[in-house]
Ligand binder design. Structure first.
Ligand SMILES: NC(=O)c1ccc[n+]([C@@H]2O[C@H](COP(=O)([O-])OP(=O)(O)OC[C@H]3O[C@@H](n4cnc5c(N)ncnc54)[C@H](O)[C@@H]3O)[C@@H](O)[C@H]2O)c1
Length: 307
């Protein structure tokens, strides 16, 4: 049997599949493998059923924690997570994010399934240089800390024989993120302000840089990681840090506006001033090539929002 057919998953679980990235991934799996049985598991704490328009699979409304007897799968994408990084309840953040993953790993062991789980660039914390996957974790908030624990659990599970791959997403933007409200990307927040004719509000001086990456790029990277099935973690970003001032200029151009930034002081004690993915490993081992620089991703996103 050709390798491609052997690898074709037949039963796929997507946790967090009613969310932004999870729904985009579930729908892409459905497009690629129309005969696969796809199950979305989501407790809808931040997800939205509208993200799953056109989805023909099953939806289980439940928490990832306690999901051990959910059936058998050969591929599990674990994206379920509290994603609002301003949640400071440490017990809730660590318990909900970590215990859900622990039970997903147990389910994978029973099913002999491959696992791909969502880690985050937040694990790198404050930095001034490009981050590669060996950069030591420096979680600066409890959300990032919970993701570091996921990375640790994954390493232990791999040492015990499970196939488990982490994908470290940077700042993802694109269609199906509207339900995230204040936790949606800065691109969406600034777009809403500018569409209402207001000046886009950013922290002074606006030269903080982030690696903004289109959701279609990270979904492609996640599927490449699943196909590879290696016991490691991969950065998935655009590979290029861009400032908020640059982003506003790109939004102005795409929207036909000339709105100057409205700067204000950063009220947070912790803030990632700089994120940029080193893509050496993702490119070399997965063949991951992001297709959307901001100049292409922002107009494509605005077109989708208008539609
Ligand atoms: N969007 C980004 O920029 C970004 C960056 C880094 C990492 N990530 C990670 O990617 C994944 C997806 O993020 P997203 O942006 O799509 O966020 P999202 O909030 O839209 O999706 C998360 C989904 O998980 C569900 N959920 C939360 N806890 C759950 C639980 N215990 N059991 C079952 N369902 C649960 C929510 O209802 C939601 O549908 C998350 O793991 C997140 O930490 C996202």
């Amino acid at each position: 049997m050709p390798a491609e057919r052997r690898q074709r998953p037949r039963r796929i679980l997507v946790t967090g599949g009613a969310g932004f990235i999870g729904s985009t991934l579930a729908l892409e799996c459905q497009r690629r493998w129309p005969f696969a049985r796809i199950v979305v598991l989501d407790d809808f704490r931040s997800g939205d059923f509208r993200n799953l328009e056109g989805f023909r699979g099953d939806v289980v409304a439940a928490s990832a924690a306690g999901i051990r007897d959910a059936g058998r799968f050969d591929l599990i994408f674990h994206l379920a997570s509290i994603t609002d990084t301003t949640v400071h309840d440490q017990l809730q953040m660590v318990r909900d994010n970590v215990e859900g993953f622990r039970d997903i790993l147990a389910l994978a062991r029973e099913s002999n399934a491959r696992v791909v789980y969502a880690s985050s660039a937040a694990t790198y914390g404050q930095a001034s240089a490009r981050m590669d996957e060996e950069t030591p974790a420096r979680p600066a908030n409890v959300y990032a800390f919970s993701k570091v624990v996921l990375d640790n659990l994954a390493r232990h599970a791999a040492a015990d024989g499970l196939r488990v791959t982490g994908v470290r997403y940077f700042n993802v933007y694109g269609p199906r993120e509207q339900h995230k409200k204040a936790a949606a990307s800065m691109i969406y927040q600034l777009y809403l302000q500018m569409k209402a004719g207001k000046r886009p509000r950013v922290f002074r001086p606006g030269d903080q840089k982030r690696d903004f990456v289109h959701v279609d790029d990270v979904v492609e990277g996640t599927l490449l990681a699943a196909a590879k099935g290696a016991n490691t973690v991969y950065n998935l970003g655009s590979g290029k840090a861009r400032s908020f001032n640059e982003l506003i200029a790109i939004l102005n151009k795409a929207m036909g506006t000339k709105l100057a930034p409205d700067y204000f002081s950063n009220p947070y004690g912790f803030y990632q001033e700089f994120t940029e993915a080193d893509l050496t490993r993702s490119k070399r081992e997965l063949g991951y090539v992001p297709a959307f620089p901001l100049e292409a991703g922002v107009p494509a996103y605005l077109k989708a929002l208008k539609a």
